[in-house]
Design a protein around this ligand. Structure first.
Ligand code: BQF
Length: 296
C-alpha cells in the first residue's frame, strides 16, 4: 500500500496565521482595537518558557497587542490572582492565558476559575468546558480545536467514522472527543475515549478509522495498533535520547511515526503537526474574543 499522506500542520497553521493577519488589518481599518493577549508565565520550566515565547512572537507577528508577564516560581496564589483581576479589568486585553503547569503550591483550578470566561482563550474555565459539553458556543481549548481544524482542512471524513481518542485529560483528550462526537464539521463520529485502564487497547485502536493519540508516552502507538488507511493524529511531544542528534535528544510523538506511515492513510508529524495548530488556534480564539468584545 502507498505511504500515508502527511497532514501538514505547520503549513495549515501558516495559512490560518495569514487569515488572522488579514482580519487584524480589517479591524484596524474600521477603527477597532487590535486583539490583545496577555500571557502569564510563573516559574522557569524550560518547556513552558519556549511555548510562551512562541506564542508571544506569533501574536506580535499577527499585529496583536501582546503582553507577557513573567513571575518567579515563588509567586503566591494571591499575587497571581491579583494579576488576573487586573487583566480581567483591562480593556486592551481580550485574551488571558496562564501557562500551565503552575508551581505545585498554586491551585491551577482556582487560577483558571479566576479568569473572566469571556477572556479565557485557552478554553479551560469551567464555564467554557461546560458550554462545550452541552454544545453552546464558547472558547474551546486550542489543541482540540487545532485537531478539528486539521481534519476540516485536510478534508477527513469524520461523519459515521469510528474515532478512538487515547487520553482523557481536560486539556486535550476529553474536549477532542467532545468535538469529534458533536454535530457538524469534523464531527458526527462515533467516539471512544481510551486510557491506561482500557482493556484490549491495541484491539480497540486497530478498529479506529481516526486515532487521536494524546497520552504523553513516546512511541506508545505501534504500527500493529493502526487500521490500514486510518487517519492518525499525534498530539504527543516527548523528548527522547538520541545519540545521533546534535544535543543528544529529539522530540517524538506518541506514535511510532516510521511504522505508522506505512499503514495509516494520513498522519500528522511531530514536530510540525498538531503543535503549530495549537498556537494558530490561540490566535484565532483571541481574535474571536476581540471581535466579541467590540461587536457593533
Ligand atoms: C511543532 C504544550 C504540553 C504541555 C503544555 C509547535 C508548539 C509545539 C510544537 C507549541 C504545548 C504544545 C504548548 C510545535 C504550545 C504546543 O512544531 O510541532 C508549537 O508551542 N505548543 C503549550 O503552550 O503548552 C503545553 C504541550
Amino acid at each position: 500500500m502507498a505511504e500515508a499522506g502527511i497532514i501538514d500542520g505547520k503549513g495549515i497553521a501558516a495559512d490560518i496565521h495569514k487569515e488572522v493577519i488579514a482580519a487584524v488589518a480589517e479591524m484596524k481599518a474600521v477603527g477597532k482595537r487590535v486583539p490583545g493577549l496577555a500571557v502569564v508565565l510563573v516559574g522557569d520550566n524550560p518547556a513552558s518558557k519556549a511555548y510562551v515565547s512562541t506564542k508571544t512572537k506569533r501574536c506580535a507577528e499577527a499585529g496583536f497587542h501582546s503582553m507577557q508577564i513573567d513571575r518567579p516560581a515563588s509567586t503566591t496564589r494571591e499575587e497571581l490572582l491579583e494579576i488576573i483581576r487586573g487583566l480581567n479589568a483591562d480593556p486592551s486585553i481580550h485574551g488571558i492565558l496562564v501557562q500551565l503547569p503552575l508551581p505545585a503550591h498554586i491551585d491551577e483550578q482556582e487560577v483558571i476559575a479566576a479568569i473572566s470566561p469571556d477572556k479565557d482563550v485557552d478554553g479551560f474555565h469551567p464555564i467554557n468546558a461546560g458550554k462545550l459539553s452541552i454544545g453552546l458556543p464558547g472558547f474551546v481549548p486550542c489543541t482540540p480545536l487545532g485537531i478539528q481544524e486539521l481534519l476540516i482542512r485536510h478534508k477527513v471524513r469524520t461523519s459515521g467514522a469510528f474515532a478512538v481518542v487515547l487520553g482523557r485529560s481536560n486539556l486535550v483528550g476529553r474536549p477532542a472527543a467532545q468535538l469529534l462526537s458533536q454535530k457538524g464539521p469534523a464531527g458526527d463520529a462515533t467516539v471512544c475515549i481510551a486510557h491506561s485502564r482500557t482493556r484490549d487497547l491495541a484491539d480497540l485502536c486497530r478498529r479506529a478509522d481516526i486515532l487521536v493519540a494524546a497520552i504523553g508516552k513516546a512511541h506508545f502507538v505501534t504500527g500493529d495498533m493502526i487500521k490500514p488507511g486510518a487517519v492518525v493524529i499525534d498530539v504527543g511531544i516527548n523528548r527522547i535520547d538520541d545519540a545521533s542528534a546534535k544535543n543528544g535528544s529529539r522530540i517524538v510523538g506518541d506514535v511510532d511515526f516510521e511504522a505508522a506511515k506505512k499503514i495509516a492513510g494520513a498522519i500528522t508529524p511531530v514536530p510540525g503537526g498538531v503543535g503549530p495548530m495549537t498556537v494558530a488556534m490561540l490566535l484565532r480564539n483571541t481574535l474571536q474574543s476581540a471581535l466579541q468584545h467590540q461587536a457593533k
